[in-house]
Design a protein around this ligand. Structure first.
Ligand SMILES: Nc1nc2c(c(=O)[nH]1)N[C@H]1C(S)=C(S)[C@@H](COP(=O)(O)O)O[C@H]1N2
Ligand SMILES: [Mo]
Length: 323
């Protein structure tokens, strides 16, 4: 995710790639020469994480399939493309608490303790409560769903998530009539996640939000697993959101708190750059990002590019929310 940095440091905008990160001035200046070299080398350097040479190391970050995993697949959710290879998805992540470098997240999560874990659900509801990850797995209807995932940076993947429709958790706490939005807050433990202290210009913790009707839509999912096992840390262990018709930044990872609120909350990226990362963030090929087109998307782990589909292909389920 690239943020225009001219606002803070008056650096001319010269990045060509949306995958650049929000660098400090020193890093940016030092990185220009390095960056050119890195781009030229990416295709031939055998140590490049994109080459696959790290498979054995990445495998160590992937949990084994202990019960209650895997959950039964809900056959209603089908794909128009192959499932992304697991080790491709596990080595290419956005998780700024660890790093802004997608191919390094998986290597930086060692100190992150994803256990024990609980989500506090609070705010405008009759029965606020705290739910341990074990409760989410045992006391709610988990299932597996094949979903497309589309990042605002125009890369896409398709993976088998497993988890619980968010609506099941919200129903449990009985939202009040004045609860119009749902806010999600990620963990904030700098000792366990090196990107927090090293990127102090971000407003930690990561926070996101949905309208209540979006949150209650059956597609919005509290995800506890992927590829038939618990979530690896780089995917947002032990529980994250997945909202497949919206750009990926709406799907907060490693959630510790969910709040029901009356007014539209601010969000991490829209706060930083409202013109670039809007609140709704519905996937739409006809609305370009201010600095790149959204007409097509790149399928990670392949050389394939596809046309972006409105609502990421979920229009039948969600278009009525926006009429
Ligand atoms: N807490 C937190 N959640 C986050 C992010 C993040 O940096 N921090 N990045 C978001 C973005 S931009 C995307 S595309 C997805 C990436 O999920 P993945 O790495 O599992 O593919 O996570 C989203 N959730
Ligand atoms: Mo993203």
């Amino acid at each position: 995710m690239l943020i225009r940095r001219t606002r803070r440091w008056e650096i001319p905008e010269r990045e060509a790639t949306p995958e650049s990160s929000f660098l400090s001035r020193r890093e940016l200046l030092g990185g220009l020469a390095l960056g050119i070299g890195a781009i030229a080398l990416a295709g031939c350097d055998p140590r490049s994480p994109l080459r696959g040479g790290d498979d054995a190391e990445i495998l160590k970050t992937i949990p084994a399939a202990h019960p209650p995993f895997p959950f039964a697949r809900n056959a209603r959710h089908t794909l128009d493309r192959p499932v992304t290879r697991e080790l491709v998805a596990a080595r290419y992540n956005n998780f700024y608490e660890f790093s802004s470098e997608k191919d390094q997240i998986w290597q930086l999560t060692e100190r992150f303790l994803d256990h024990p874990w609980q989500i506090e659900v609070a705010g405008l509801c009759a029965k606020p409560g705290t739910f341990a990850i074990e409760d989410l797995l045992a006391k709610f209807p988990n299932e597996e769903r094949l979903y497309r995932h589309r990042c605002v940076e125009a890369w896409a993947m398709a993976v088998p998530w497993s988890g619980v429709p968010l609506a099941r958790l919200l129903e449990r706490v009985e939202p009040s009539v004045d609860a119009k939005y749902v806010r999600f807050v990620s963990f904030n433990r700098p000792k366990e996640a090196p990107g927090i202290d090293s990127q102090p210009w971000y407003p930690w913790p990561y926070f996101e939000a949905l309208r209540i009707d979006e949150a209650m839509n059956e597609l919005a999912m509290l995800v506890t697993g992927v590829y038939g096992h618990a979530l690896p840390k780089q995917h947002g262990a032990p529980v994250r959101l997945v909202v497949p018709w919206k750009y990926g930044y709406k799907s907060a990872k490693s959630i510790v708190r969910i709040e029901l609120v009356a007014a539209q909350p601010t969000t991490f990226w829209s706060d930083l750059e409202p013109a670039e990362y809007d609140f709704l963030a519905n996937v739409n090929p006809t609305v370009p990002h201010p600095r790149w087109s959204q007409a097509s998307e790149r399928l990670i782990g392949t050389l394939e590019t596809r046309k972006t589909i409105e609502y990421n292909g979920y229009g039948q389920e969600v278009a009525r929310l926006y009429q």
